[in-house]
Design a binder for this molecule. Structure first.
Ligand code: GDP
Length: 196
């Protein structure tokens, strides 16, 4: 399977537009502005593919990408944008709920993207709890690694683990969408997830 052959299919606003078929879903989640679009662009080797958000929090859609009819890359809307209205927030919860209900059995792996520079937010924690409650396999992608000095990386990773408390053995990838750090590890993990 060649990730460079990923194509954008559609943005789904409700369950009727979610993918059909049993191909594995690789699902990307994270708070607004964490670099989720940049991460997807990095792994598929295209610039400006998943939209790098001009207006964080404004797009409450599930963006669907297909890889050679063998897998779906699912880009869930970013959460935690401070200026999000109550209405948008409830639309967000409803859409995510619908997505999990609809696609649960096909989810090969969740990719929770956090900012390596900061302690995970309350929203990150809520998402992690959700993932654990549904017993979904997860990999943590700690993005913006290029913003840290080498000596800061280990303590930052430790703080993320301590806060999110993933199950033992959960992979955490120090990552930079900008520099490509961790890209090969992330791609291998995606491929392995689809084989399970
Ligand atoms: P999204 O809202 O999560 O999809 O985030 P975007 O991909 O739109 O990125 C948000 C901002 O963070 C943009 O200005 C990106 O250029 C920047 N960004 C994303 N990834 C990285 C990274 O690895 N390093 C740095 N320094 N900036 C990044």
């Amino acid at each position: 399977m060649n990730l460079n052959r990923t194509v954008f299919v559609r943005s789904a606003a409700s369950a009727k537009d979610f993918p059909s078929g049993t191909q594995g879903r690789l699902v990307f989640v994270g708070r607004s502005n964490v670099g989720k679009s940049s991460t997807i662009n990095c792994v598929v080797g295209k610039k400006g593919f998943a939209k790098v958000s001009a207006m964080p929090g404004k797009t409450v859609y599930v963006n669907l990408f297909n890889v050679e009819d063998k897998a779906w890359i699912v880009d869930l809307p970013g959460y935690g944008y401070s200026k999000t209205s109550k209405e948008e927030r409830s639309r967000y919860s409803k859409l995510i709920d619908e997505y999990f209900q609809d696609d649960m059995d096909m989810i090969a792996r969740m990719y929770l993207i956090v900012d390596i520079r900061h302690k995970p937010t309350a929203d990150d924690l809520t998402m992690m709890e959700w993932i654990k409650a549904y017993n979904l396999p997860v990999t943590i992608v700690a993005n913006k690694h290029d913003k840290l000095k080498p000596s800061q990386v280990a303590p930052a990773v430790e703080l993320i683990r301590e806060t999110l408390k993933p199950d033992e053995g959960t992979l955490l990838i120090p990552f930079s969408a900008e520099k490509g750090t961790g890209k090969d590890i992330l791609i291998s993990d995606m491929m392995a997830a689809l084989k399970n």
